[in-house]
Design a protein around this ligand. Structure first.
Ligand SMILES: Nc1nc2c(c(=O)[nH]1)N[C@H]1C(S)=C(S)[C@@H](COP(=O)(O)OP(=O)(O)OC[C@H]3O[C@@H](n4cnc5c(=O)[nH]c(N)nc54)[C@H](O)[C@@H]3O)O[C@H]1N2
Ligand SMILES: Nc1nc2c(c(=O)[nH]1)N[C@H]1C(S)=C(S)[C@@H](COP(=O)(O)OP(=O)(O)OC[C@H]3O[C@@H](n4cnc5c(=O)[nH]c(N)nc54)[C@H](O)[C@@H]3O)O[C@H]1N2
Ligand SMILES: [Mo]
Length: 662
């Protein structure tokens, strides 16, 4: 993006017309980022809590005072309970490499703190791709115009991945068909050539039904399968049990639809699948992703420019993570060994019931767990603990910051140096500050460097500059980074990874699995309905008959822009089917209470024809502190873990809905 600055003040942000991906436009949020940048609500100074936890009353203190206090408390807690009583909590508030995962990780490793398993977004899908393909990257978005069939599978492209859209428009201009597989009639589904309104959590059954047809009718690429895939016999055996009628009854689709989709997918070539993380936020989401990932291998679609599958591109950014994060420093810590792991989806449990040692200090940055983590009531119970020492590094006074003992003000991407990778394309970019940090804001990188000094850590890596850290990250020796130097990144606005002109990662096999083949993994692919679904747990489904899908709002970015009134409005509604609404005496616009055993939250009913009976959709993630009752949808979601990778199950959530008086 391009930033125009005058007298030290940014006044215009726009997409760089020359950039191969942003092509002159930005998403709805970042277009207006300067409102965030110069918001009167920005945190500008370190703060110390004066009120009760959650009350949000603070006083300004100096950096000296704040850092001294943090260092002293961390030292005390480490000495008394052992360093694993300290837990970092962070996710992708920024996707900058330095401020996302470098000095912070070094700091916590050197402390010997508990390790956080960063599972809240993509863990099940990532583990699935690792098991099936070995590498977590796929079709270059720039090849989408070559495709003749594009499947958006659990991918709300117009909302969450707008920069892929022009490539799809181009493909359609050339005659491609564009289909969406999504339980919700999103804007993306509305403009598709076909919308398959699948029941939540049943994608594996659809994939198996499609493979039943593709294998049964001999539409697969026998040569590719024989050379590059493993487990075909078992897969054929399994899919025999999923004729279209059965797949249809499991998915809520029609048998003819499944047959048609399978034939078209196998014969209208090249066909590309834009899979996104929507399908894997459920109990057996890992298996679903493995089932879908089998399709392009089965049809040999990986051989074709504009074929294949794209879930994420991040794994292609093959940085030297060891050098950046220094996990070896754990050995120099008082712990002297690898620390225990805490799954971030289980934050509530960790804060309320972990022992040996209990969590006594929590350091949050790049994340807003009080709003985004599942089982919110348990998370808040943990955050309210008077004996828990909580530090929150933030740009705004979020739900989580309200529970902090110390709040430290963070810079934005316009104010600090960082190296940016992506989950949607293959370009790398160095960005330097465009404007000065306001007030006393500091970058995460700088804050953890200062904390390391306060703790007396002597290792030279704690004195590294941004430039040194970037050089270290680039020196991995991986072929994708070959020729990409700090100097090049300094003089070129963006640099494409060294993938060759035409990136066809699996055209000739070359999978990253131990066997070097695509592992179909049929033994794990028998369909099971999600635990919280209308075919799931019998006791639960009798009490709560609606399935809640809290998909992402087009207007927001998780909870990041939740303090904007338009975003608060967009995330304050529940989309209900007319039949479900009528059965409960609910009319469009009514205030409704969604509830289950874990909690409840208040939303405004929108009876808008976007979901089928039995489903409620709630665009997310609202700031809980702005919601009536102080809770958002995550008061309803469960902290159960998915089948693979310890992933989150946000979209497997049974609820009941009732009308409330305003
Ligand atoms: N505007 C905006 N953009 C964002 C974000 C945001 O909050 N707002 N968040 C960013 C982040 S962190 C991420 S991870 C990505 C996520 O990007 P996406 O994965 O595209 O977004 P989601 O809304 O999580 O899920 C996509 C779609 O999956 C559907 N879905 C839910 N359950 C199922 C299912 O069982 N099967 C199928 N087939 N579909 C299902 C949802 O209805 C939704 O429309 O977006 C990123 N971009
Ligand atoms: N119900 C429901 N819950 C969900 C999801 C869902 O679809 N439904 N999606 C899940 C997913 S996919 C994800 S990825 C998570 C996302 O959850 P989070 O990773 O917590 O993402 P955000 O809500 O965007 O919060 C990021 C915070 O980081 C701050 N920040 C930004 N840049 C910086 C920086 O440079 N330094 C510091 N210190 N802070 C910074 C922002 O101000 C913001 O408050 O939410 C999950 N929760
Ligand atoms: Mo995410």
């Amino acid at each position: 993006m391009l930033v125009q600055v005058e007298d030290g003040r940014a006044f215009r942000l726009r997409g760089d017309p020359a950039h191969p991906i942003t092509r002159g436009f930005l998403c709805a949020k970042v277009t207006r980022y300067l409102e965030r940048e110069y918001s009167p609500e920005r945190l500008l100074y370190p703060l110390m809590r004066t009120g009760l936890k959650g009350e949000g009353r603070f006083m300004r203190v100096s950096w000296e005072t704040a850092l001294d206090l943090i260092a002293e408390r961390l030292r005390e807690i480490s000495d008394y309970y052992g360093p694993e009583a300290i837990l970092p909590y962070s996710y992708t508030g920024t996707m900058g490499l330095l401020n996302g995962s470098s000095m912070d990780r070094r700091f916590f490793h050197r402390l010997g703190a508990s390790r956080l398993d960063r599972t809240i977004c993509s863990a099940a899908g990532s583990a699935a791709l690792t098991a099936s393909l070995g590498y977590r990257y796929g079709t270059d978005p720039e090849q989408f115009p070559e495709a003749r069939l594009i499947l958006a599978w659990g991918a709300n492209i117009l909302a969450t991945n707008v920069h892929l859209w022009p490539f799809i428009v181009e493909a359609r201009r050339r005659g491609a068909r564009f289909y969406v597989i999504d339980p919700v009639q999103t804007r993306t589904a509305e403009v598709a050539d076909k919308h398959f309104a699948i029941e939540p959590g049943t994608d594996l059954a659809l994939a198996l039904g499609m493979m039943h047809v593709i294998i049964g009718e001999g539409l697969y690429d026998a040569g590719y399968v024989a050379r590059h895939c493993s487990g075909f016999e078992e897969l054929s055996e399994l899919v025999r049990q999923y004729p279209p009628e059965r797949a249809a009854s499991l998915t809520g689709l029609q048998p003819e639809e499944i047959v048609g989709l399978a034939r078209e997918y196998a014969t209208r070539r090249p066909a590309v699948i834009r899979l996104n993380y929507g399908v894997q936020r459920t109990d057996y989401g890992g298996a679903a992703v493995r089932g879908i990932a089998a399709l392009p291998a089965l049809t040999g679609s990986w051989r074709e420019p504009g074929g294949g599958l794209l879930l994420s591109t991040t794994h292609a950014f093959a940085f030297d993570r060891q050098a950046l994060e220094r996990p070896d420093l754990e050995l120099a810590s008082p712990l002297g060994r690898e620390a225990r792991r805490v799954n971030m989806n289980e934050l509530g449990k960790a804060l309320t019931s972990l022992v040996d040692p209990p969590i006594q200090a929590l350091v949050v940055y790049n994340s807003n767990p009080a709003a985004v983590a599942p089982n919110q009531n348990l998370v808040l119970e943990g955050l309210r603990r008077p004996d828990l020492f909580t530090v929150v590094i933030e740009q705004f006074q979020t739900d989580t910051a309200d529970y902090a003992d110390v709040v430290l003000p963070a810079t934005t991407f316009l104010e600090h140096t960082d190296l940016y990778y992506s989950w949607g394309h293959y370009y790398l970019q160095l960005a330097r500050p465009a404007v000065e940090a306001p007030g006393e804001c500091k970058s995460n990188f700088e804050i953890f460097r200062l904390l390391a000094q306060r703790m007396g850590f002597q290792e030279p890596c704690f004195r590294e500059t941004e430039e040194e850290a970037i050089r270290a990250a680039l020196a991995s020796g991986h072929p994708f980074l070959e020729g990409i130097t700090y100097e090049r990144l300094s003089s070129e606005p963006w640099v494409r990874l060294n993938l060759g002109e035409l990136f066809l990662p699996f055209a000739a096999g070359g999978f990253g699995t131990p066997s070097g083949k695509c592992e179909f993994g049929a033994a794990q692919l028998d369909f099971r309905p999600p635990i919280e679904s209308r075919r799931g747990d019998e006791v639960l489904r009798r009490r709560y008959s609606l399935e809640l899908v809290s998909l992402k709002a087009a207007e927001g970015l998780n909870s990041s822009f939740g303090n904007w009134p338009e975003v608060d409005r967009a995330t304050s509604v529940a989309w209900l089917n007319a039949q479900d609404a009528a059965a409960r005496g609910i009319r469009d616009g009514d205030l409704v209470r969604l509830f289950n055993d874990r909690g409840s939250c208040l939303l405004r009913a929108s009876v808008n024809g976007k979901v089928r009976p039995g489903i409620v959709a709630a665009p997310s993630i609202r700031w809980a502190r702005l919601a009536p009752g102080g809770r958002n949808v995550n008061a309803l979601t469960s902290d159960r873990l998915a089948d693979l990778g310890g992933g989150a199950v946000f979209y497997s959530c049974l609820v009941e809905v009732e009308r409330c008086d305003d």
